[in-house]
Ligand binder design. Structure first.
Ligand code: PNS
Length: 162
């Protein structure tokens, strides 16, 4: 079975992430969306919220499962016995950082490949940070995050300061 892991913070999941998940789900038998828990980085949405939102977003895509991990991605890949990491690329500006991470992961385990997928151009400007900034300042985030989670994301961002 061809499986891949799509790792990320997903703080929160955007339509750009969903676009990559859909593309990957057509290429692989199984896609594991792995939400990272990084105790050294403060996320706006808790790990539980990020996982829950992601589950809601992918619930109709049969071959996608949602999990979380802490520590090295490579260790998680080995534990799951999966050899392919999926990463989304939006623009050249993503490339440098992603290239560095891919080479570091390859250095840690030469059997694991990173596969880059281009996001649809209509999401090329979209990031979780931009969603959070726009949403917390009262701007409209419809079309930026999947409709099924729009109100939950809006509520959370509106009450961020509480
Ligand atoms: O959505 P993000 O924040 O760009 O995702 C980054 C992520 C989670 C893929 C990356 O931070 C990661 O792989 N973290 C796990 C720690 C690790 O393995 N680091 C070594 C790779 S440089």
């Amino acid at each position: 079975m061809k499986a891949c892991v799509y790792p990320g913070s997903f703080d929160p999941v955007t339509n750009g992430h969903l676009d990559i998940i859909k593309r990957a789900s057509r290429m692989f038998d199984k896609v594991i969306v792995a939400v990272v828990y990084n105790p050294n980085k403060t996320a706006t949405f808790t790990l539980e919220e990020r996982v829950e939102l992601m589950k809601e977003v992918v619930k109709d895509i049969e071959n996608v499962e949602v999990a979380c991990f802490q520590g090295l991605l490579i260790d998680y890949m080995r534990a799951k016995n999966v050899q392919v990491i999926i990463k989304g690329l939006r623009a050249i500006s993503d490339f440098e950082n992603e290239f560095q991470m891919a080479l570091m992961n390859r250095k840690l385990d030469n059997n694991i490949e990173t596969v880059f997928m281009m996001t649809s151009e209509r999401y090329s400007y979209l990031s979780s940070s931009a969603v959070k900034e726009v949403g917390s300042l009262g701007g409209c985030i419809k079309d930026l995050v999947p409709d099924v989670i729009l109100h939950r994301v809006m509520d959370k961002l509106a009450n961020k300061g509480d």
